[in-house]
Design a protein around this ligand. Structure first.
Ligand code: AMP
Length: 187
């Protein structure tokens, strides 16, 4: 089972991906976590992407695609995985499809986390207090939302056109949203 979780920053994708990963025994691939780890460890990749992440911009597609190509080859991806934060642009989605096709594989489900503007504001402002992320100050969050609107929302059309997209209502508590994910995916 290969699943993409799509939605704005703050929609709860990461939380739900963790829960689903544990329930279904499939890997949780968060590109944001991978990049933050690279920055924290001071690797070559980390040095390249630090300023980009801190400013709320997107890391170049070719870097992201190589990162994912390597990650999905790992042992823990054998039974499948949830992509959380990738793809974020149409070129990334195309590269992913091509890479999977070459392996005789495909994405099984794309789940869009739908959230009202008010709920999104509330979640992001809560996260500003709760998590010590350098890219979670108010101005950078705003920038990340703008980038989401511009570069990532075209993916909704992209996957809807391929009839691979399901929307879930991402408003409400973690438990409520978890229940919706379970009933949609059957796991
Ligand atoms: P996230 O934790 O998913 O919100 O990601 C944090 C930051 O990492 C983003 O604001 C981007 O700078 C970078 N990032 C994560 N995933 C991607 C991606 N698929 N493409 C480009 N940049 C990414």
């Amino acid at each position: 089972m290969k699943i993409i979780f799509l939605g704005p920053p703050g929609a709860g994708k990461g939380t739900q991906a963790k829960l689903l990963s544990t329930r279904a025994g499939i890997a949780h691939i968060s590109t944001g976590d991978m990049l933050r780890k690279a920055v924290a460890e001071g690797t070559e990749l980390g040095k390249k992407v630090k300023a980009i992440i801190d400013s709320g911009q997107l890391v170049p597609d070719d870097l992201m695609v190589s990162l994912i190509e390597e990650r999905v080859r790992a042992d823990d991806c054998r039974n499948g995985y949830i992509l959380d934060g990738f793809p974020r642009t149409v070129p990334q989605a195309r590269a992913l499809a091509k890479m999977l096709e070459a392996r005789g594989e495909k994405i099984d489900r794309v789940v869009l986390f739908d959230l009202t503007e008010a709920a999104l504001e509330a979640r992001l402002s809560h996260r500003r207090g709760a998590e010590a992320r350098a890219d979670d100050d108010a101005a950078t969050q705003k920038q990340r939302l703008r980038i989401y609107q511009e570069q990532t929302t075209p993916l909704i059309e992209h996957y809807a056109a391929a009839s691979a997209l399901d929307r879930i209502d991402a408003n409400g508590s973690v438990e409520e949203v978890e229940e919706r994910v379970r009933s949609l995916l059957g796991r």
